[in-house]
Design a protein around this ligand. Structure first.
Ligand SMILES: [Zn+2]
Length: 283
């Protein structure tokens, strides 16, 4: 499932296509109605001649900002984009397409998802996005965190650190893969109760999140199972330390990596370096 680094990589690729040579989105066709969540099909398809002015990522959401509208696309599990240059699209081109964007010079951008979980939202302005319940409840990305403020909000939390980080409420952009990697780097057990974690260790968590997400963005994200953007795989999966490494020796201390379930998610950790502080309270 694409997380922040993968979405950031896709945003970069979309920028190269959409912010080019007076590019316009001349026509939009919606093929899978359910994916459009907050508007009617006709409203989306009536948008013509849109000039894209920016493409960016908010947590795991892709935002295409045009002169008049904001389109927010979410890849969910396996959403992806395809770029085609041809006069007319055929049925085969559109087999997994949720929405197509006709660009200048017979160029097409297809937003595809064979599982049909990917979503689209349409907003008139930035304020509408900020007021939307989903975005309102989204914490800042790691590099935007005001540490003192963050610490005050979470220091008494009774949830495990893994579920707190996955919730996106206090810090956004970390999903299952990167939470495991960040907690390994900070040497915190994923089942540790948040309130038992020292302030300096939270600092390590935030610093590690920034380092790991940025490194992954540089490497084109992680391709686990299926992530590909415009047909390109990421490389960061080769640098993962614990996620997906059950039964393999830890790259630092050679202890066998274990897999447990935390917050309903398969969770990987090094039992030698990530030790629960108060074992009896958590087992
Ligand atoms: Zn280890």
């Amino acid at each position: 499932m694409p997380e922040l680094p993968e979405v950031n990589v896709v945003a970069k690729q979309l920028r190269a296509i959409l912010l080019n040579d007076n590019q316009r989105i001349n026509q939009i066709n919606l093929y899978y109605q359910k994916s459009l969540r907050n508007a009617e099909k006709i409203e989306l398809e009536n948008l013509k001649n849109l000039k894209p002015i920016d493409v960016f990522q908010i947590a795991k959401n892709l935002v295409i900002e045009t002169e008049s509208k904001y389109l927010i696309l979410h890849l969910r599990m396996e959403g992806n984009f395809k770029f085609l240059n041809k006069e007319e699209l055929t049925k085969i081109d559109l087999i997994h397409t949720i929405v197509s964007f006709k660009l200048n010079n017979n160029n097409w951008l297809l937003f595809n998802d064979h599982r049909k979980f990917a979503t689209i939202d349409l907003f008139d302005n930035n304020k509408q996005i900020k007021d939307n319940t989903f975005f309102k409840n989204l914490g800042p990305e790691p590099w935007d965190i005001d540490f003192e403020n963050f610490y005050q909000k979470i220091k008494n939390s009774k949830s495990t650190i893994k579920s707190l980080l996955l919730s996106q409420k206090y810090i956004s952009g970390l999903g299952n893969i990167y939470v495991d990697e960040v907690l390994f780097a900070a040497k915190i057990h994923p089942q540790e109760m948040t309130k038992n974690i020292a302030k300096k260790d939270f600092k390590k968590i935030i610093d590690s999140a920034i380092l790991i997400l940025k490194a992954s963005i540089r490497d084109g994200g992680s391709t686990i199972k299926t992530f590909k953007s415009f047909g390109e795989k990421g490389n960061f999966q080769n640098k993962l330390m614990v996620h997906g490494k059950k039964g393999l020796p830890c790259k630092i201390c050679r202890t066998t990596i274990e897999k447990i379930v935390v917050a309903g998610r398969g969770t990987y950790f090094c039992p030698q370096e990530q030790v629960l502080k108060y074992k009896n309270l958590n087992v």
